[in-house]
Design a protein around this ligand. Structure first.
Ligand code: PEP
Length: 261
């Protein structure tokens, strides 16, 4: 069984570098006993260099916490005002990048763009966390086709032997904490989609190839993380709101650590 992975998506929070460092230090201190769970913190770009420096001096914590970005542009350098490339992130020690988050898709991010970003991230040696998920669930189960289409378009042309590097995060938009009139998803909703995603990927890969990890995200907190990890058919969690609270987030990490036993 692969190690569980717990990823924090801080989104555009917190407002100051002081608050960011205090949150980061709080989480770092609390994971010193964690051995089997992979912890990834994805803060806003601006906090990454100082976190990377803070980790550089701490060999043990460095093994337990990795840094991730919330986006990365394709290409290495060039005339792309305002963008940051995967190569630049890799240069400061960033290991993961969230791509195709629903909050970016709503701003116009297309599957085609995400596909280019995935390819660039992989070639810069950064592990992408590809977010997919339907806006709503309909009675005719069209949402399966919606997710399938997102997956196939985003993964188009990526060599089969590299697909395992991508972590696929199933995030039903209707369950994300900031969605208006949101509803709770259940571990069963997660399990059903995780099986569906595994089938799509294994049809693409054929037998004998290493599979990508599949994780779940959407309002997970320290009360339901255990149920999602146990019954959700997944290898980890992407956590938004609860990752901004040291206690809630470290509780989730400890729950994952116990599930790894
Ligand atoms: C997210 O948007 O990636 C997410 C998981 O958010 P939340 O946990 O706040 O629903």
């Amino acid at each position: 069984m692969s190690k569980k992975i717990i990823i924090a998506n801080w989104k555009m929070n917190p407002a100051s570098s002081q608050e960011a460092m205090s949150l980061f230090s709080g989480i770092s201190k609390n994971v010193s006993q964690i051995k089997k769970t992979i912890v990834v913190i994805c803060p806003p770009f601006i906090y990454l260099p100082s976190f990377s420096k803070a980790l550089a001096g701490k060999g043990k914590i460095k093994k337990q916490i990795s840094l991730g970005a919330q986006d990365a542009f394709w290409g290495d350098t060039g005339a792309y005002t305002g963008e940051v490339s995967a190569v630049m992130l890799s240069d400061i020690g960033v290991k993961y990048v969230i791509l195709g988050h629903s909050e970016r898709r709503v701003l116009g991010e297309s599957n085609e763009n995400i596909n280019k970003k995935l390819k660039s991230a992989i070639s810069a040696n950064i592990l992408p966390i590809l977010c997919v998920g339907e806006l709503e669930r309909d009675e005719n189960h069209e949402y399966f086709n919606f997710v399938k289409n997102q997956l196939l378009e985003c993964l188009n042309g990526i060599p089969k032997n590299l697909l395992y590097k991508i972590i696929i995060a199933y995030e039903p938009v209707w369950a994300i904490s900031t969605t208006q009139n949101r509803r709770d998803a259940t571990p069963l909703d997660s399990r059903e989609m995780a099986i569906f995603i595994r089938k799509i990927i294994s049809d693409k890969l054929g037998v004998g190839m290493k599979m990508p990890r599949i994780i779940y995200g959407g309002s997970v907190n320290n009360k339901d993380a255990g149920e999602f990890l146990r019954y959700g058919g997944i290898d980890g969690l992407l956590v938004g709101k609860a990752s901004l609270d040291v206690k809630k987030f470290t509780d989730i990490i400890k729950i994952a650590e116990n599930e790894n036993n």
